[in-house]
Design a protein around this ligand. Structure first.
Ligand SMILES: Cc1cc2nc3c(=O)[nH]c(=O)nc-3n(C[C@H](O)[C@H](O)[C@H](O)COP(=O)(O)O)c2cc1C
Length: 416
């Protein structure tokens, strides 16, 4: 198990003044949108769908970003892509992450989403997947700051044309690898083009999700920009968010893997930022209540077959480290897996033998969930680094000819 070195749960909650009101941190300002506590649920493909966003909101997450939506998929009229832009019932503010390398598409998309009522748009500039970076997309876009500027400007123009004030933010990585750091120039370009904030995942594309996020880079970026900086990487417990803000001076925190199977981290964050102590971790019985609630929401949203299939990965995340749970994995994924026809009751039966009074295992608090710990050599187009001043995307990927081709391409784009 990899754990961040910054763990020190002795960090106090936010400091309060003599009247008992927290005075250490300010709400995060994204344009006219005020976010308190200054925390975002990170966009995560296959994760931040309406059911999970609703759970996180109920726990206190003030701004939950959707899974990434491609401009191409949306403008092609792909049903699944369009579905992803829908808010969960009653969800405000509604925040959507978008991706595209053609400014005309992004401008059009931003206009449509603004007309439909979106409250925040985030541009994904951090995808590390080889098939995408090899075409100059994803995290390779940041090698060309002028291109970053054009993409951000296109989104800003799109929402302005719709007559709305919708803040546009970007989310990027440190760079391609340690020899090619791109974040400072790319973030400055985003700022000049009208971005309301820059989110920085403190890893390079070569690092993928491995090792420790570089909070020093977040601190450095904060010194360079006048717009808010959102720090991202290795917030596993509420206290990490306070530490990140205290150490780096950043204005807000983006929570990724730390909430997988632990949506109540947002309750902890709300308490700590309000100057109160963190609530106790739930015992297994309480975890299972959240798990079944999540399962029901997934079934309602995706239907029983897809909902229950998606639920399997969540069960492994929710139950991580509890006694007797590792053995469940074989039953969940093997031949004896409960049939879809058994619905949620099949899962209740499977999990029914566990001890509900089991306390939350401390070792599970900081277990990395959701992505492996490998690294990679990043692929870029031949000669790409020689032309960093271009404001054009290297090459548009061939336009998908069908929904199936589009969905395969979108699958590759996940991550950031
Ligand atoms: C399953 C999964 C899917 C992700 N999908 C996206 C995505 O679509 N867009 C994006 O910008 N980042 C994506 N990310 C990256 C996270 O938003 C975040 O930047 C990263 O996990 C680092 O934060 P953490 O250390 O708190 O997990 C994904 C991460 C995970 C684990």
């Amino acid at each position: 198990m990899d754990s961040a070195p910054l763990q020190d749960s002795s960090d106090p909650p936010a400091r309060s003044g003599p009247d008992g009101v927290q005075e250490e941190f300010a709400p995060l300002s994204l344009g006219s949108l005020k976010v308190w506590p200054p925390v975002l649920l990170a966009p995560m493909a296959g994760v931040t769908n309406p059911p999970f966003r609703a759970l996180c909101r109920a726990a206190g997450a003030p701004l939950c970003v959707t899974e990434m939506v491609t401009a191409r998929g949306y403008l092609m009229g792909n049903r699944r892509t369009r579905e992803m832009t829908r808010p969960a019932p009653g969800e405000r503010p509604h925040s959507i992450q978008v991706y595209g390398t053609d400014p005309r598409d992004l401008r059009k998309l931003a206009g449509i989403l603004a007309d439909e009522g979106v409250d925040h748009l985030d541009l994904n500039l951090g995808c590390p997947v080889p098939k995408i970076t090899r075409q100059g997309g994803g995290s390779a876009i940041c090698v060309r700051p002028r291109l970053v500027g054009r993409l951000v400007a296109a989104l800003v123009e799109g929402v302005e044309e719709a007559g709305r004030q919708v803040p546009v933010t970007v989310k990027m990585r440190k760079g391609i690898d340690d020899d090619c750091l791109t974040y400072l120039d790319a973030a400055r370009a985003a700022q000049e083009a009208g971005a309301a904030a820059v989110g920085l995942h403190g890893r390079t594309a070569a690092q993928l999700y491995s090792g420790l996020a570089d909070w020093g880079a977040i601190a450095h970026l904060k010194q360079e920009l006048s717009i808010p900086v959102l720090g991202n990487g290795d917030v596993w417990q509420g206290v990490d968010a306070l530490r990140m803000m205290r150490r780096t001076g950043c204005d807000g925190v983006i929570v990724g893997r730390g909430c997988l199977g632990r949506p109540w981290i947002f309750r902890e964050l709300a308490a700590l930022f309000d100057g109160r102590p963190a609530p106790a971790e739930p015992n297994l019985g309480q975890v299972l209540e959240v798990l079944f609630d999540h399962g029901q929401r997934l079934i309602d949203h995706l239907g029983p077959a897809t909902g229950l299939r998606q639920m399997r990965k969540w069960i492994t995340w929710y139950t991580k480290g509890f006694p007797g749970c590792a053995a469940l994995r074989g039953q969940l994924f093997g031949r004896e897996a409960p049939p879809v026809s058994a619905g949620l009751d099949g899962l209740r039966e499977l999990l029914g033998g566990l001890d509900p009074t089991a306390p939350y295992p401390p070792a599970a608090l900081r277990v990395k969930r959701g992505k492996g710990s490998r690294t990679q050599r990043v692929r870029l187009p031949a000669g790409y680094l020689a032309d960093r001043t271009s404001d054009r995307a290297h090459k548009e990927c061939a336009a998908p000819r069908s929904d199936a081709e589009l969905e395969a391409w979108e699958q590759n784009l996940s991550g950031g």
